[in-house]
Ligand binder design. Structure first.
Ligand SMILES: [Zn+2]
Length: 274
C-alpha cells in the first residue's frame, strides 16, 4: 500500500516539474504558476495524509489485538515487536470475556492472573496475534519462552482464550488451541489442577494429546480425534518431543513436561510447581 502511494507521489511531482517548464514556455505569469504550484503542493499533502491514515489503521489493528488475526511483518515492525510480547493486568474487557474460564473461588483471584499478548507463527509461517491468561508467577517465563519460539519460527496453530470455546477443553483441544488458565477442580475431587491455577500450558494439543491406558487396556485419548498423533515414533508437524526447542525452553524455565510422566502421557502439557 505504502509503495503505491510513494510511486503516485513521485509521478505527481515529476508531472509537476514538466508542466511548470511547459507553462513557462507558454509565457504564463508568475502568479498563475505560483497558484498552480500551490495546488500541486496541496495534492501532495493529501497523498501524505492518506499514507499516514493507512499506517495509523494498521497500528490500530494491533492496538485492538484481536487474537487469531494474521498480521504482516511490516505491521509488527511499525508497531514494535517488543510491544507484541506484553504482560498486563486483567482488564475489565478481558475479565468480561473470561466468564467461562473464571468463577469466584478460594484458590485463585483475578489479581493473581495476568493477560499476555503474544505473537506466534502458524504452520504456513504467517504471523498471528496470540493471547493467554496465566498466573502472574509464570508470566515473565511465558513471554520469554514464546518470544524465543516466535523468533525460531516454531509453529503454533492457534492461541486464543479458552473462553472462545466456552471453556470446553475438548473443543479447544480439537481446534489445536494453545492455552493456559481455566479454573476447574479435578474431576471427582476438590483438588485444583495446574490449569486452574494458571500454572500450566497446553501446546498444540491436537497433535500432542493426552493419552491414558484404561484398566481394560484401551486408550483414553484427549482430544478424542487425536489417535493418529498418539504414535510418537512418527514424524509430523507440531510434535513435541524430548530435547526439541519447545521442550528445552520450558525445562530451562523450571517447568515439567507431561510427556515424561509414567502413569499417563500428556504430551501437550508443561507445568510449574505451585
Ligand atoms: Zn494441560
Amino acid at each position: 500500500m505504502y509503495i503505491i502511494y510513494v510511486r503516485r507521489t513521485m509521478a505527481t511531482t515529476d508531472r509537476g516539474v514538466g508542466q511548470r517548464v511547459e507553462d513557462a514556455k507558454e509565457g504564463m505569469n508568475m502568479t498563475t504558476m505560483m497558484k498552480k504550484a500551490d495546488r500541486q503542493m496541496k495534492a501532495l499533502c493529501a497523498v501524505v495524509v492518506m499514507v499516514l491514515a493507512v499506517t495509523a489503521a494498521s497500528a490500530a489493528d494491533l492496538d485492538s489485538w484481536r487474537a487469531g488475526t494474521v498480521v504482516s511483518a511490516q505491521e509488527v515492525t511499525r508497531y514494535g515487536v517488543d510491544r507484541c510480547f506484553a504482560i498486563e493486568q486483567i482488564s475489565d474487557a478481558v475479565f468480561a470475556r473470561m466468564r467461562y474460564s473464571y468463577m469466584p473461588n478460594p484458590h485463585i483471584a483475578r489479581a493473581d492472573l495476568r493477560y499476555l499478548r503474544l505473537l506466534h507463527r502458524d504452520a504456513h509461517d504467517r504471523i498471528v496475534l496470540g493471547e493467554m491468561v496465566c498466573h502472574r508467577r509464570i508470566a515473565a517465563d511465558l513471554v520469554a519462552i514464546f518470544r524465543q519460539l516466535y523468533d525460531a519460527h516454531y509453529p503454533i496453530a492457534r492461541m486464543v482464550l479458552v473462553d472462545e470455546y466456552r471453556a470446553d477443553d475438548e473443543t479447544s483441544m480439537r481446534a489445536n488451541n494453545t492455552s493456559c488458565f481455566c479454573y476447574r477442580t479435578v474431576a471427582g475431587s476438590r483438588k485444583v489442577s495446574a490449569h486452574a491455577m494458571g500454572m500450566a500450558v497446553d501446546i498444540n494439543p491436537l497433535y500432542n494429546p493426552y493419552v491414558k491406558r484404561r484398566a481394560n487396556g484401551r486408550l483414553f485419548i484427549q482430544p478424542a480425534n487425536a489417535e493418529p498423533y498418539t504414535h510418537r515414533e512418527r514424524r509430523f508437524d507440531y510434535k513435541i518431543e524430548r530435547g526439541d526447542l519447545c521442550h528445552r525452553l520450558f525445562l530451562q524455565h523450571g517447568f515439567s513436561w507431561g510427556g515424561a510422566w509414567r502413569s499417563l502421557k500428556d504430551y501437550q502439557h508443561f507445568e510449574k510447581p505451585f
